[in-house]
Unconditional design. Structure first.
Length: 449
C-alpha cells in the first residue's frame, strides 16, 4: 500500500525523487506560495523594464481626502450661518413664497443712554463773580434827591449821584418793584418824618440800581425798623435765608456803595446778651436775637446795608451796629406791604433754653441736652394756655423740628404767621405729649417794642 507524506516546502530536483514505495508530491499551499512568488518576480521585472519610471513616489493615502472634504464643508456651513444671521437680524420681516414672518416680536427691547462726562473747574473768584452778578439786579441804592437852586440848574458834576452820598442800600422784595431798606431813612428837614410806622415824603428820595438807572419813589412807608419804597422796576426778589441756614462758621459778605465785597464769618448765629439770670428768660413772642460776625469792625464801618451768604441769600441787615436776621420778616412781607404794618405771631409763653442753662438739679431737666423749659404759666387766654401748655413743660420740637443750640423756639414761632397751626412736642414729668396750637397775632410798631 502506498503512503502519502505532506511536505510544506521542497527543493526542486532535476530528477524526481524515488525512494522505493514513497512518492513526494507538493502540497496545495506550496503551490499557492509558488504562484505568488512568480507573480511578484514578474511585477518587479516589468517595473525595471519601464523606461518612464526614474524615481519612486510615496503612495497617497486615500483617507486624507475625506478629512479635507469634511473641513471644507464645516467652514462653508459656518460662513453660510453667519451670513444668514446678519440678514435675519437686519430685517424685521422675512417673506417666503408661502408667507412672511414678523421677527420684531422676538427682538429684545433696549434703551441706549449716552453719558457725556465733562470736567469743569470753577475757581472761588468765578463763583463769587457769579453770585455777585445774580445780586446786581436785586440791589439798589437810595439817595436824597438833589435840589436845584431856584430858577437855575446844578452844575454838571454836581448832578451826579456819588457813592458817598448813598443813604441806604435796598433790596427788591417783590416782583412788582417794592424795595426794602434796612433802617428808617433820614428825612430832609423840608420833608416829613415821624420815625414811626406811617408814610414819609416820598418825593425826597430817588433809587438807583447797579446799571445806573434812576427810579422815582411812587409809595413809601416804615414798618418794624425797615423802610419800604415802591418803584417802577421789574426784578426777581431777593432770597432770604431761613434760621437753620445760618450756621456759626459760615462765610458771609457785604457789598459797599462802591460795589466792593467785604468778607467775614458768622461767629454766633443767634446771639442774646446775657449779664443777669433774668436775661436767660426768652419770650416766644418777642424777638431779641442778633447775628454776630467775627469782624465786628466791619459792622461798625458800614451801616444801612445787608449781609449775604455765599449762596446769594440775604441773611441779615445792619441796624445800629447790629446784624438783625431777616428770616423773622421774610414770611410777612406780602401782608406787611398790603396793610402797611407788620403783624407777628403770638404764642404766649416765656422759656429757658436748657443748652444755655447748666446746673439745673431737678431730675426733670438735668439729663436733657436741649429743649425749652416753660418758665411760669403761659399768659392767660393765650394760644399756649388754651392748648394746655403748663409751667415746667419742656418743649422739644415744633412741627418735628428739634430745638437745639442753633434753632430756638422764638425763631421757629416768629417765622410763622398769625393763624398758622403748629404742633408742639413736649415732655411733662418725663412723659412725651403733643399739642396743636393756632397762633394768634400781636402787632408791633418797631423792633424794640
Amino acid at each position: 500500500m502506498a503512503k502519502k507524506v505532506k511536505v510544506d516546502k521542497i527543493e526542486e530536483q532535476e530528477k524526481p525523487l524515488d525512494k522505493g514505495n514513497v512518492s513526494v508530491k507538493p502540497s496545495k499551499r506550496f503551490q499557492v506560495l509558488k504562484k505568488h512568488e512568480v507573480s511578484i518576480d514578474n511585477e518587479i521585472e516589468e517595473l525595471y523594464e519601464d523606461n518612464n519610471t526614474d524615481r519612486l513616489y510615496q503612495p497617497q493615502i486615500g483617507g486624507n481626502k475625506l478629512w479635507v472634504v469634511v473641513l471644507v464643508a464645516i467652514i462653508v456651513g459656518l460662513l453660510g450661518g453667519t451670513a444668514a444671521s446678519f440678514y435675519i437680524l437686519s430685517k424685521k420681516h422675512i417673506t417666503f413664497p408661502w408667507g412672511s414672518i414678523d421677527l420684531s416680536q422676538y427682538f429684545p427691547r433696549s434703551q441706549t443712554t449716552i453719558v457725556r462726562e465733562q470736567s469743569i473747574t470753577i475757581t472761588p473768584d468765578e463763583r463769587l463773580q457769579t453770585i455777585r452778578d445774580s445780586l446786581d439786579e436785586k440791589i439798589v441804592h437810595i439817595f436824597k434827591v438833589k435840589q436845584a437852586p431856584e430858577n437855575g440848574t446844578l452844575p454838571f458834576l454836581e448832578q451826579i449821584y456819588m457813592s458817598h452820598e448813598v443813604l441806604s442800600q435796598g433790596v427788591v422784595v417783590t416782583n412788582d418793584g417794592w424795595v426794602m431798606a434796612p433802617s428808617p431813612l433820614v428825612i430832609p428837614p423840608e420833608g416829613r418824618n415821624d420815625k414811626k410806622e406811617g408814610r414819609n415824603d416820598k418825593g425826597s428820595y430817588i433809587v438807583v440800581d447797579n446799571e445806573s438807572q434812576e427810579f422815582l419813589v411812587d409809595d413809601m412807608f416804615i414798618a418794624d425798623g425797615f423802610t419800604f419804597l415802591k418803584i417802577e422796576k421789574t426784578a426777581a426778589p431777593i432770597s432770604i435765608a431761613l434760621p437753620q441756614e445760618i450756621r456759626a462758621g459760615a462765610s458771609v459778605f457785604l457789598i459797599d456803595t462802591t460795589h466792593t465785597m467785604h468778607f467775614a464769618k458768622v461767629s454766633q448765629a443767634q446771639y442774646k446778651e446775657v449779664t443777669t439770670p433774668e436775661d436767660l428768660v426768652y419770650s416766644a413772642d418777642s424777638f431779641s436775637h442778633t447775628i454776630v460776625l467775627d469782624n465786628r469792625g466791619l459792622v461798625s464801618a458800614f451801616s444801612a446795608t445787608y449781609i449775604y451768604s455765599l449762596e446769594g441769600k440775604a441773611i441779615g441787615a445792619i441796624q445800629d451796629t447790629m446784624v438783625i436776621p431777616l428770616w423773622r420778616i421774610a414770611s410777612k412781607i406780602d401782608v406787611l406791604i398790603k396793610n402797611k404794618k407788620v403783624v407777628y405771631p403770638y404764642l404766649g409763653i416765656d422759656y429757658v433754653r436748657i443748652e444755655y442753662a447748666p446746673g439745673l438739679t431737678s431730675p426733670l431737666f438735668k439729663d436733657l441736652k436741649n429743649g425749652a423749659v416753660v418758665y411760669g404759666p403761659p399768659i392767660s387766654g393765650s394760644p399756649a394756655s388754651n392748648a394746655g401748655i403748663k409751667n415746667a413743660d419742656v418743649i422739644m420740637s415744633v412741627n418735628d423740628i428739634v430745638l437745639d443750640k442753633d434753632i430756638n423756639l422764638t425763631s421757629l414761632i416768629q417765622a410763622k404767621n398769625p393763624g398758622d397751626v403748629v404742633v408742639l412736642t413736649f415732655l411733662r414729668k418725663g412723659e412725651e405729649m403733643t399739642a396743636e396750637v393756632t397762633l394768634g397775632s400781636r402787632p408791633l410798631s418797631s423792633r424794640t417794642e
